[in-house]
Design a protein around this ligand. Structure first.
Ligand SMILES: Nc1nc2c(ncn2[C@@H]2O[C@H](COP(=O)(O)OP(=O)(O)OP(=O)(O)O)[C@@H](O)[C@H]2O)c(=O)[nH]1
Ligand SMILES: [Mg+2]
Length: 274
């Protein structure tokens, strides 16, 4: 990993986050339901301290449902955790009531001090491309925050009112400078949190294929049923990723495999398991 992937804007984002934390009542931490462990920023634990926190496992529509339930049981010990999908709205009914419950202590404290009632302020944090802006738009019922299918779309903090009594702060995705376990980097890249330029796409797709084959052969059953070999060459040929002369274009094949995986076309996979 020779390329600088902890860009300057992330160091700035970390500073801004610490500042904004002072004025919010609750933090929504978004993690990826496909990698509930690898997608949680270790920096957040120390930054957030005792601030009330709602943990949302987003993109649950792309994860293995039984693993999501297992993860929720484990994660509940640390923070209130819900499985959601910001694109479909799955699991959203419980978000506002949970936020109100988590903020109630702080709101009561303000009332006791005689502070004029104000909106509940919620900060939304998480790794790049996890769906923070999409979640805010889903809650707001309209496209108020810019969202997009690549990491690094949101560059600055933005307050968005989603309700008479609730304001949300959209923040830029935050990664951390060093992965102790190289598998974490691969999982983050495979799910789309790290820019595609950072990892060799062919190596990444080969790692993913091997992982899927070892852990979840049923996800690739459609290819196997057609006698397609589970390699860049085999799948590249089946998906028509060819150069002139009929050779497989390995880079195109790798990009296609990663795209298919990210869109759930290779099954509903949870890459973090225990
Ligand atoms: N399948 C699926 N896709 C989602 C979900 N939530 C978000 N996405 C997609 O993920 C991509 C990233 O969404 P954003 O909301 O821009 O992510 P972000 O966390 O704001 O990203 P940055 O601003 O770059 O940090 C978009 O293509 C969304 O449509 C979800 O629950 N399921
Ligand atoms: Mg965003």
């Amino acid at each position: 990993m020779g390329i600088q992937w902890f860009p300057g804007h992330m160091a700035k984002a970390r500073r801004l986050l610490a500042e904004q934390l002072q004025v919010v009542d609750v933090v929504i931490e978004l993690a990826d339901a496909r990698i509930p462990l690898s997608s949680r920023n270790p920096i957040l634990k120390e930054l957030l301290g005792t601030k009330p926190r709602l943990l949302l496992l987003n993109k649950a529509d792309l994860a293995d449902e039984s693993w999501t339930q297992r993860w929720l049981r484990v994660l509940q010990d640390d923070a209130t955790a819900l499985a959601v999908s910001a694109t479909t709205g799955q699991g959203f009914r419980r978000i506002i009531p949970e936020l109100e419950r988590l903020a109630s202590g702080q709101m009561a404290k303000l009332a006791a001090k005689g502070v004029r009632p104000r909106s509940m302020r919620i900060m939304v944090v998480g790794i790049p491309n996890i769906g923070k802006s999409t979640l805010i738009n889903q809650l707001a019922g309209g496209a108020k925050a810019k969202a997009g299918n690549k990491p690094g779309v949101t560059r600055g903090n933005q307050w968005i009112r989603i309700h008479e009594k609730v304001e949300l702060l959209d923040t830029p995705g935050l990664l951390w400078p060093k992965f102790e376990d190289p598998q974490v980097g691969l999982k983050l890249a495979a799910t789309g949190a790290i820019k595609d330029e950072v990892f060799n796409q062919e190596e990444l797709a080969e790692w993913l294929l091997e992982w899927l084959e070892t852990h979840q052969i049923e996800a690739l059953a459609a290819y196997q049923a057609k006698g397609v070999e589970l390699t860049l060459e085999g799948i590249g040929r089946a998906r028509g990723c060819l150069v002139q002369g009929g050779e497989v274009d390995r880079l195109k094949a790798a990009q296609q495999i990663l795209r298919d995986f990210r869109q759930g076309r290779l099954g509903h996979s949870t890459l973090d398991r225990f």
